[in-house]
Design a binder for this molecule. Sequence first.
Ligand SMILES: [Mn+2]
Length: 324
Amino acid sequence: MSIEEMLKDAADYIRAHDDFLILTHVNPDGDALGSSLAAAHIVGQLGKTFTLVSDEPIPEKFRFLPLADRFRQPGDVQREFSHVLTFDCADRKRLGESGALATGNATILNVDHHATNDHFGTYNVVDTKAAATCEVVYRLARVLPVEIGKEMATCLYTGLLTDTGGFRYSNTTPETHRLAAELLSRGVEPYPIADRVFETITWPRLLLTREVLSTIERDDSGRIAWLCVPLEFLHRTGASEEDVEGLVNYARNIDGVEVGILFREVPGGKVKVSFRSKYVVDVGQIALAFGGGGHARASGCTVEWTLEESKRQVISKVKEVLVP
Ligand SMILES: [Mn+2]
């Protein structure tokens, strides 16, 4: 089925139903929030009701997004839904606890751009060529059609901006810039968005960065570098989980490094691993090998080892891929 046909089916599905549960992945990023909030604007414009749910509170830097205050956490929602829309989520497990708010026989529309998406929906609009899920949601808005005003455009632009790292990553195409231009022409103000999502840094985050940088190591070849975030770092600096976001780039950005990794201890004896690569290594596949997923240049997984054992296992796997 072509993307156009999938979009048409998705549009028919939305038009035919009401009372939607809108979900995205755990630890939502700019694209997860931008795409699900743009969908909330779409559904609202069609005169339908929606309930937005996310496992975690919305990160402070994304609270400016129009309708962000409508997000609830699973514990605040005392009912189930039979019509569900999911965004930027590659598999059902990534929905976290929020996924349990869907009835057993719920109809799910899965809108995404991850290559590792397993088409878990009843309807699936998965465009792996799209730079961001927001790009797919924009096309859905055009197909329905609904008016794309400044508020919806702001949500879409934020996802496009963050998933392309400010239009710098390899997923940036002429289409990405054309869409950005289109959204700007609908009233989006690029400077305050970029200032909030990229430039502004809280004091706890700066303190955390200082600690995390002190853990930097690299392998003998200088092509793999990694950072660690033991639980105590968060306690000591007063930083929150969202403050860890993006720190992996310090490892990736080192001259000569192909793969940057960040190991973050989480409660329950688990370690979250984030991967970033530059040109050759498909870190989406590496993450998949450890039960995670993502993109070729950015991915992640959660393993149930100590910090030390996680480093040993994961780095040895990356070495295998890097030095055939
Ligand atoms: Mn995305």
